[in-house]
Write a protein that binds this ligand. Structure first.
Ligand code: NIG
Ligand code: FE
Length: 409
């Protein structure tokens, strides 16, 4: 949403740290621009200038944010979430702590099906309020842009209800939301696969009015690679861009179809083997890593090091959802990526800024350079690495979205 235009000076930060512009891979992931002795001038929602204070042309009426001793980084982009849903799966969490697996719970009729029922029973207002409170939490942790999937309706009415909630929340909330249609998240109870696929085909033209992307849960027991292709080809005809949930529990060829389709991203990859990693690395498809899912479900981590060393374009997201990751703390996902997947701090930073913005095809977000959208964070530390090092803490002091500052605490 667009706010009142004005000028804001971020004065004297200890560091201004940003990845370079572009979709980053290889050595470029470890080459951020670190500026010291510079201030930042924001005008009309964009970055106007980055220079020593005395060289900046600061208007009389500019607001001033004193950032002495603090660090400025780009606003974070969470490029994979299921923000909108009703109900709770805390009972299933308890079952899992007692030893049941995600797949066992799903096979017994729980999992996604339970959230579908609760989401169908929730009014639009209820879903809106829940999503808004969650989005506020994400923003306090530094998120300025978020992708939001449907997929807990599995019928036309509820899928559209989820997309409408997303659009209405986007219209009133500072954080930008990017909607994705995930009608093919699971086959709903009481419907055959063939009938449901026919329903999804009918949903696509309507969903395409509001969703930028189309996603499919390509997995054993959900949708096959062939079914994913069929859905995606129709989605593309209607103007949506494809992205896929792939290789979460089993590698069944979903990454190959994503590459063939020219998908924007493949997300999860926990079960990916080395051959798959190399294929993905040779493509322009972003590999979205979701380390919080591995922690939360106690499944293997995606082979991030193999992917990155082979030249993949990586991103990191929360995958916030009631079944496989219940945190909106994206900096914590960066810490997990560093501690459990052997990524560097600079790689993790590029993965939640520039590369995540690229995964959402948002060319103005995720970088601190003159001309870019003024989405920035002021961190309560003089060293940007503390954002990852102080894992589980929140070092975000101020979230600036399109030039407008919001206190994070
Ligand atoms: O991204 N993997 C499929 N979908 C979600 C989980 C959905 C759920 O359990 O509610 C995910 O992990
Ligand atoms: Fe997901």
């Amino acid at each position: 949403m667009v706010h009142t235009m004005s000028t804001l000076l971020i004065k004297n930060p200890a560091q201004i740290v940003s990845p370079r512009p572009g979709s980053l891979r290889g050595a470029a992931l470890n080459d951020p621009v670190v500026r010291t002795g510079r201030s930042v001038l924001l005008r009309d929602g964009h970055i106007a200038a980055i220079a020593p204070l005395e060289e900046l042309d600061v208007p009389q009426d500019a607001k001033v944010l004193d950032a002495t001793g603090r660090t400025v980084i780009p606003g974070l982009v969470d490029c994979h979430t299921h923000l909108v849903f009703g109900g709770s799966r805390a009972d299933e969490f308890a079952q899992r702590t007692a030893g049941a697996t995600y797949e066992e719970i799903a096979a017994k009729g729980g999992g996604i099906a339970g959230t579908v029922q609760a989401t169908r029973e929730s009014s639009k207002d209820e879903l809106f309020e829940l999503a808004e409170a969650r989005l506020n939490r994400a923003m306090r942790h530094g998120v300025t842009t978020m992708e939001v999937k449907s997929g807990y309706g599995l019928d036309l009415t509820t899928e559209l209800k989820m997309l409408e909630v997303t659009a209405e929340l986007d219209a009133v909330h500072p954080v930008d939301l990017v909607p994705t249609f995930l009608g093919a998240h699971a086959v709903p109870k009481g419907v055959s696969k063939a009938d449901y696929l026919a329903q999804v085909r009918e949903m696509i033209p309507e969903a395409a009015n509001s969703a930028k992307f189309c996603d499919v849960f390509c997995e054993e027991g959900y949708f096959t690679p062939a079914e994913s292709v069929e859905i995606m080809e129709l989605a593309v005809k209607h103007g949506m861009l494809p992205r896929l949930h792939a290789d979460q529990f089993n590698a069944i060829g979903c990454v190959d179809v994503a590459i063939d389709l020219g998908a924007v991203s493949v997300d999860h990859l926990e079960a990916m083997n080395e051959e798959g990693a190399k294929k993905l690395a040779a493509s322009d498809v972003v590999g979205v890593l979701l380390p919080g899912v591995s922690l939360f479900l106690d499944i293997p981590y995606a082979p991030a090091r193999t992917l990155i060393d082979a030249g993949c374009i990586p991103a990191i997201a929360t995958d916030f959802n009631p079944g496989s990751n219940m945190t909106l703390n994206l900096p914590l996902m960066m810490s997990l990526a560093c501690m459990q997947m052997r990524m560097s701090v600079d790689e993790a930073l590029a993965c939640v800024t520039q590369n995540a913005a690229h995964a959402l095809r948002l060319p103005e977000a995720g970088c601190i350079e003159p001309g870019w959208q003024a989405d920035l964070l002021v961190l309560d530390t003089a060293n940007y690495r503390d954002l990852v090092y102080f894992y589980g803490e929140n070092l975000v002091q101020t979230v600036i979205k399109k030039g407008v500052p919001h206190a994070a605490r």
